[in-house]
Design a protein around this ligand. Structure first.
Ligand code: GRF
Length: 229
């Protein structure tokens, strides 16, 4: 397995522009929040490509309209998960990314894929991990009766929805919430937490250490976003 550049060597390259590839599976609202924040806040980064796990992903057209290179692979065209991931890796690596951001990318990734991008692969999950990995997180939160819910931006490990945490966004669970209403409130905080984390990655202020801790240069409170009622 080819070894990816370590985060410390990326940080050591100083102020050069980081290249970011974003993976999506659907509407891509998190991808849009990342693209817009990158431009608005003039990150030292470029969104090098948006790649989807299905050709009908709504976010592809939005990205293409903004001049961002797009690509799509359909997972049903591949016999195995390994074959899909190998093809996806080849497409991603054409863009020579420093970071690969999973923005609503609804695929379980193989250990080979995760290892290839070690320290450079970051996911957003709609819960306060380690609570509620997997699907239907908002319904799980309501069923459990938690008073707070939210989202987590984390480095990816081979374990699903698990890994060293970079940023979290928290919202209250309100009386009368349905999974849909709660999801809307969480999505709003996702759109703030993911760009906050990605900006710090782009600035070389967040990295993954060899013993799997997140190292932050700056005020870590900026990576906790509380969205009150
Ligand atoms: C987000 O809630 C994300 O956390 C989850 O799926 C949703 C994708 O939404 N994994 P979008 O495609 O970013 O709009």
């Amino acid at each position: 397995m080819p070894q990816s550049s370590s985060p410390s060597s990326t940080a050591a390259t100083g102020s050069r522009e980081r290249r970011i590839v974003i993976l999506i599976s659907g509407r891509g609202s998190n991808m849009q929040a990342l693209v817009e924040a990158c431009q608005r806040e003039a990150w030292p980064a470029r969104i090098a490509a948006v790649i989807a796990s299905r050709p009908d992903a709504g976010g592809l057209a939005w990205a293409a309209e903004r001049g961002i290179p797009t690509d799509a692979l359909y997972h049903k065209d591949f016999a195995t998960r390994e074959a899909f991931d190998a093809a996806l890796m080849a497409r991603i690596d054409q863009f020579e990314p420093d970071y690969v951001l999973l923005a609503g990318f609804m695929r379980v990734l193989t250990p080979g894929f995760v290892g290839h991008y070690s320290g450079r692969l970051v996911n957003i999950h709609p819960s306060l991990l380690p609570a509620f990995p997997g699907l239907h997180t908002h319904a799980q939160a309501l069923a459990t009766g938690v008073r707070a819910h939210g989202c987590t931006v984390h480095f990816v490990t081979p374990v699903l929805d698990h890994g060293p945490i970079i940023a979290q966004g928290m919202v209250p669970v309100l009386p009368g919430d349905t999974p849909e209403r709660l999801a809307e409130r969480v999505l709003d905080v996702e759109h703030r937490a993911f760009p906050a984390a990605a900006r710090w990655l782009a600035e070389g202020r967040v990295s993954l250490t060899l013993d799997h801790r997140v190292e932050v240069q700056g005020d870590p409170e900026r990576l906790f976003i509380w969205s009150g009622a």
